[in-house]
Design a protein. Sequence first.
Length: 245
Amino acid sequence: MAEPVLEVRHLNSYYRVDRSPFRSREARRQVLHDVSFTIERGEIVGLVGESGCGKTTLSRTILGMLPGYDGEIVHHSSRPQMVFQDPFSSLNPARTVGWILEEPLRAAGGMTAPERKAAVLAMLEQIGLGEEFASRKPWELSGGQRQRVSIAAAVITHPRLIIADEPVSALDVTIQAQILQLLVDLKKQYDLSYLFISHDLNVVYQICSRVLVMKDGRIVEENTVDELFDHPRHPYTRQLLAAAE
Ligand SMILES: Nc1ncnc2c1ncn2[C@@H]1O[C@H](COP(=O)(O)OP(=O)(O)OP(=O)(O)O)[C@@H](O)[C@H]1O
Ligand SMILES: [Mg+2]
């Protein structure tokens, strides 16, 4: 049964640009053009396209971080959580891993301190880091371990949808595979859906069920992952596939 967690309808996004210091009239540049798609419960939807096409702009707009947009964004559940390419920018360097994982629970409320501590330790086990990692700081972790922590921080409040923006691009291939496996395991356990942003079609092939192809801020193809690889419809998709070989 289809059950959408997110619907995006005719979305246009804009950035303000100051064309001239002498002119006060506001200029804006449109980055996303008439973007529409739905993410159903349990899906991993890939978003691919070359650098600068608007992938991060789309995730920022969905999360309400960009004021300049029109169109419709319908969340059918709690606010999505984000996982970024560089966990260094998202993890507070002054705090311990235990604090970082507990903070979203504190912010959400409804749990006692001992309950939160227990949830943090259980989550640490689940992401394959032992309890001893609770007292470490982000810089005392490897890149892969750091990404595990940032994924855990996104998942710990049990959102329905995770937006992962190039979550494995900074990692080498073996670590990439481990992190992808972790994302799949967590999806099963917590009934998650993902919008999985990547410029790497090979990674998308490994994890996604459906793919959106973006070019210059427009979705030019939406297809199942098998059809996309076997029978790409749009010339731009064929171009991306050829480049990935
Ligand atoms: N804060 C901003 N102000 C103005 N323009 C921006 C801003 N952020 C991004 N842009 C522009 O919007 C366009 C889309 O950028 P975006 O970051 O969404 O691309 P992307 O697909 O995520 O690229 P990448 O794969 O390199 O991460 C680019 O032309 C970029 O220069
Ligand atoms: Mg980006």
